[in-house]
Every structure is written in structure tokens, then in C-alpha cells.
Design a binder for this molecule. Structure first.
Ligand SMILES: Nc1ncnc2c1ncn2[C@@H]1O[C@H](COP(=O)(O)OP(=O)(O)OP(=O)(O)O)[C@@H](O)[C@H]1O
Ligand SMILES: [Mg+2]
Length: 364
């Protein structure tokens, strides 16, 4: 027996029939409505499991499913009494999505179902109770099943509201980053202008170096403003772009070689970007072409970033861990490496000439 409980709440308050599915444009809108909840193929959540557990108890039945109807499958967000998390969707739009699957799996058994609606009235899923043997249904059970379906719909509404708030917060953050980038680029131009206006070559040099450091920070804000991943950034993609831009700004080709991609928390992107900026600028200034950057995974959660050149090598007595004896650049690098909770070493380039600056650090 297939018992379909008529909906209490339809697409509009005066029309309780569900929106007919499978007309391509309506089906596309229905799938978009479902997509907005971000629920398909997600992990088990206790709140939904409690609903199916109660639904099964209500009918003293072994199986209760809370499903969402995707393009060709129904995904069971909760599947009490069954191990399967997906079932094929029936092809006939006039039939409930699970009807053919239930008929073939459970034969003449018992099936009662209430539809679940999106906030804009699309039928996006169902709460159903199944048994392998037929049985009678009492009216209060139907009422309670509807109420459980209503709780599932309330959970969905809260989920949608949380996702919208998050999306709004991300747009705001990306606007802030965009503005920060514009302001920093403006500051860098001012420093460059002031540098050019000075009669002292040393002042010009210092102001240009300051402008380059400000631009390095601006680049990171640009990444944040354009990146869609909330909270994390694919670092190799960022390093590749950074190398291209640095190649133009320092006037040397900076190559990125053999890099292992990984998503890095936003708070690590700024120190990594600034370290590369300082070390590549040093390689250009104290060594020259070619300059190579590598980024490798060492072990679970541990990574190694190297900046290599083939110049004259490190000066005698150079101690990377004694920033007081170094210039501003290495002091900045030491501070940023500490921020990453990493370790900085400098030694000869394995190719036989030049130097290699290596930063090993954990990625959280
Ligand atoms: N790739 C390199 N090859 C050779 N020597 C280097 C290299 N990188 C740094 N050094 C040496 O380390 C010193 C300290 O570098 P640091 O970046 O602190 O200062 P700087 O580049 O001289 O000036 P700035 O403060 O503008 O960066 C440099 O003066 C240089 O002697
Ligand atoms: Mg330097």
C-alpha cells in the first residue's frame, strides 16, 4: 500500500497542490531552490536523525527516510533502518519520486509519506515511513507525521537563513578587502611619487622599497577580495600569480616549480605572501636571474617553501637567525616566519651555486 499524505502547505496559501515537477523550467527552478539549502550529499546530522527515529516509532515501523529529490537520485539526509543513502528517482512526474524504488524494494509493504517544501513552495523532498508488511494507519499518526515533516522544514529554513547570513558576511568582507587593496595601492603610488621627487638616491631607494612592501600587502587583499573559498585560499594558485606579478615588478623571471597545492587558512596567506616578496626581492637584488620558488608537502600538515637563486651565495658569517646583524628585509622575514610558527634556514643552493632560503611551517 502506498499512502501519500496530502500537503498541509502548498506553493501558495490558497492552492495546496504541489507545483508540477519535470517541466524543464519548473524543474530547473525546483533544483535551484533545493541547491540553495546546500543539503544534497551532506553528512549525517543528529537533528534530522531524531526526526526519522520519531517517525519510525510513531508507526512502529523499521524504516523512516528523510530524502531530498535531486536531478536523478533521492538523497537520504537521514535513513533510519536502512544503510543506503541514495535511491534512484522515478521517471514519471505524476508519481512520487520514490514510488518505483519503494515498489521494487518493498513489494506490497507499507509506505506513508509527507512532502517537504522549500520556502518558495517547491516540493524538494519527503519524510516517509516504510515497512515490509502492510498495516493500518490511524489519523493521529498522519497528523504527527505532518508535524515531524514541519520540523524538518523548520530546520531547513534555519539552515537557509544561516547560509544567507554567511554569504552576506562574505560579500561584506570581500568589499572591505577590495577597499583595503585600493587604499594600499594608492599609498604605494604616493610613496613612489615621493621617492621620485627626492634628490637623494638613498631616499628614493628606501621609498621604493617601502612602496613595494605596501604593494605586497595590497596583493594579498586582492586575493581575499576575489577568492570564493570562505576562510581558505589555494596557496599554489596564489603563489603562481604572485610570481608573475613579482617578475614584472622586480624585472626578473621568477619561476614556481613542483608545487603541491593545499588550501591555507586566510591568516597564513599574508605572512606567506610577504615572505616570498622579501626573499624574491633579495634574490633579485643580491643575486639576479634565475630565481626559483618551490612549495612542497613534507609530512601531514608540514610544508616547505624555498626561494632559490644562482648568484654569488651568502656573505661570509651570514646568520639568518640573527636578525640584529641583518637588514630590515630579513628582520621582517624572521618576524613573519615566527608568526607562521615555522623555521627559517639559509644554505647553499643544491645546484652548486647561489643560495637557498627555506621556510618550513605547519598549515592548520
Ligand atoms: N639571495 C641572497 N644572496 C646573497 N646574499 C643575500 C641574499 N639575500 C640576502 N642576502 C644578504 O643578506 C643581507 C640582509 O638582507 P636584508 O633583506 O635583511 O637586507 P637588504 O636586502 O640588504 O636591505 P632591505 O632592508 O632593503 O631588505 C643582504 O644585505 C645580503 O648581504
Ligand atoms: Mg632585502
Amino acid at each position: 500500500m502506498l499512502h501519500l499524505v496530502p500537503p498541509t502547505q502548498g506553493p501558495t496559501s490558497h492552492d495546496s497542490s504541489p507545483i508540477p515537477a519535470r517541466r524543464p523550467e519548473i524543474e530547473a527552478a525546483r533544483l535551484a531552490a533545493l541547491e540553495s539549502y546546500g543539503i544534497l550529499d551532506t553528512v549525517v546530522e543528529p537533528a534530522f536523525d531524531r526526526i526519522t527515529e520519531m517517525a519510525a516509532d510513531l508507526f512502529d515501523a523499521p524504516i523512516a527516510l528523510l530524502g531530498f529529490t535531486g536531478h536523478s537520485n533521492v538523497f537520504f539526509k537521514s535513513h533510519h533502518g536502512l544503510t543506503t543513502s541514495h535511491a534512484p528517482r522515478g521517471a514519471d512526474p505524476s508519481q512520487p519520486a520514490l514510488a518505483p524504488w519503494i515498489r521494487s524494494e518493498f513489494r506490497q509493504g507499507f509506505h506513508v509519506e509527507v512532502p517537504l517544501y522549500s520556502s518558495d513552495g517547491f516540493e524538494i523532498g519527503m519524510l516517509c515511513v516504510i515497512d515490509r508488511r502492510p498495516r493500518r494507519i490511524e489519523e493521529p499518526q498522519i497528523r504527527h507525521l505532518r508535524a515531524l515533516g514541519g520540523i524538518a522544514t523548520d530546520l531547513l529554513a534555519m539552515r537557509l537563513a544561516a547560509r544567507r547570513t554567511l554569504a552576506q558576511a562574505e560579500i561584506t568582507t570581500s568589499e572591505v578587502d577590495h577597499r583595503a587593496m585600493n587604499s594600499l595601492q594608492f599609498v604605494a603610488s604616493l610613496l613612489q611619487l615621493q621617492g621620485r621627487a627626492s634628490a637623494s638616491p638613498e631616499v628614493t631607494h628606501q621609498l621604493r622599497a617601502a612602496a613595494n612592501r605596501v604593494l605586497a600587502v595590497a596583493r594579498v587583499h586582492r586575493i581575499f577580495s576575489t577568492h570564493e573559498t570562505a576562510g581558505r585560499v589555494p596557496i599554489v594558485a596564489h603563489l603562481r600569480r604572485l610570481c608573475e606579478e613579482l617578475s614584472t615588478s622586480v624585472g626578473s623571471e621568477i619561476r614556481l616549480e613542483g608545487a603541491d597545492e593545499v588550501d591555507v587558512p586566510k591568516e597564513q596567506v599574508l605572512p606567506i605572501g610577504l615572505i616570498v616578496n622579501e626573499l624574491a626581492t633579495n634574490a633579485r637584488k643580491h643575486a639576479g636571474d634565475p630565481i626559483t620558488i618551490t612549495f612542497h608537502r613534507l609530512a601531514e600538515g608540514a610544508y616547505e617553501l624555498c626561494v632559490l637563486d644562482e648568484g654569488p651565495g651568502l656573505p661570509a658569517g651570514f646568520d639568518v637567525a640573527a636578525p640584529s646583524g641583518l637588514g630590515l628585509g630579513m628582520k621582517v622575514v624572521n618576524a613573519l616566519v615566527a608568526q607562521l610558527q615555522g623555521k627559517l634556514t639559509a644554505h647553499s643552493n643544491p645546484v652548486g651555486r647561489g643560495s637557498c632560503f627555506k621556510v618550513t611551517f605547519p598549515i592548520g
